[in-house]
Design a protein around this ligand. Structure first.
Ligand SMILES: [Zn+2]
Length: 56
């Protein structure tokens, strides 16, 4: 199941993939800032959306 990490401020997808990555690794990759809205990314302003495999 793919993991999606988004900026909660603007919804920009910071990471999407099948590998589960810790949010702080993603934050580090973007140097602590959302590339789109430039808001500071901390642990919390990130939305992790793990899409479950097929629902009903
Ligand atoms: Zn953003």
């Amino acid at each position: 199941m793919p993991q999606v990490i988004k900026c909660v401020n603007c919804g920009y997808v910071l990471y999407k993939g099948n590998d589960l990555v810790p949010p702080r690794e993603v934050i580090k990759k973007f140097h602590g800032k959302c590339p789109k809205c430039a808001s500071t990314l901390n642990q919390t302003p990130i939305s992790i959306d793990v899409q479950a495999s097929k629902g009903r």
